[in-house]
Design a protein around this ligand. Structure first.
Ligand SMILES: [Zn+2]
Length: 230
């Protein structure tokens, strides 16, 4: 385990895929994972960590369709998978891309044969319960059309999908305007005190209001400059 936020949130960074981040939220023997991956050894490490804490993986949140975030979730076949309704068609589209195999091979020398995307549960509600913790799913489009964040109000933690990566400039692959709106949405959550820590999709967690607001300001100026020049 690389970072612990409060008593319930545990964050792991992969050695590949630009330090893709996986997280475990544990409460009273219940576990929720966010984007478990990337290497088989890393996935097993997360599985052992959760087991050693006496918890069972019941729910997996997939924050968007990019392969590094979704591929390993079949390690827990009986868990329910939650994601944006657009995720499944986008995964199929990604797999049909002639570059798909090369993309995988760049980080994963061998993809375990049993790894594949298992069915996603239709999103009946934005609310999730993990033991005694409540979570809320929120749409954060911009990097991807299916980008979905997870807010844990009691922990003041937001899993921000592939936004606010401290190691990278923002990647508004889908839509720059929507990306700016999603940034504003996160900023409002921080300003109102609902979010204090952000766990992005790559890199490392932003701990504390100052770190999060600094990153938001940096990413916003970058995107605004891009709008002026692009
Ligand atoms: Zn991504």
């Amino acid at each position: 385990m690389a970072w612990e936020i409060g008593t319930s949130v545990f964050v792991f960074a992969s050695a590949v895929a630009d330090s893709m981040i996986s997280s475990a939220v544990l409460s009273e023997g219940h576990a929720l994972l966010v984007d478990p991956g990337v290497l088989e050894s890393e996935v097993e490490r997360i599985a052992s960590f959760v087991e050693a804490r006496g918890a069972a993986v019941e729910t997996i949140v997939l924050t968007h369709h990019h392969w590094d975030h979704v591929l390993a979730s079949s390690r827990w076949p009986s868990a329910r998978r939650l994601a944006h309704p657009k995720l499944e068609p986008l995964v199929l589209e990604q797999q049909a891309n002639p570059q798909y195999e090369a993309m995988l091979r760049s980080s994963l020398p061998q993809v375990p044969a049993q790894w594949r995307l298992l069915p996603i549960e239709p999103l009946a509600s934005r609310s999730i319960r993990i033991g005694v913790l409540d979570g809320t799913l929120l749409e954060l489009p911009g990097h991807a059309p299916d980008a979905l964040g997870l807010l844990l109000p009691s922990e003041r933690v937001l899993f921000s999908t592939d936004m606010l990566d401290p190691n990278e400039w923002p990647l508004p692959d889908h839509d720059r305007e929507l990306y700016l709106q999603s940034l504003a949405r996160i900023e409002a959550l921080v300003q109102s005190g609902q979010v204090e820590h952000v766990v992005p999709g790559h890199g490392w967690p932003l701990l504390g209001k100052h770190a999060v607001l600094t990153q938001i300001a940096r990413d916003r100026s970058y995107l605004q400059e891009q709008s002026l020049t692009g």
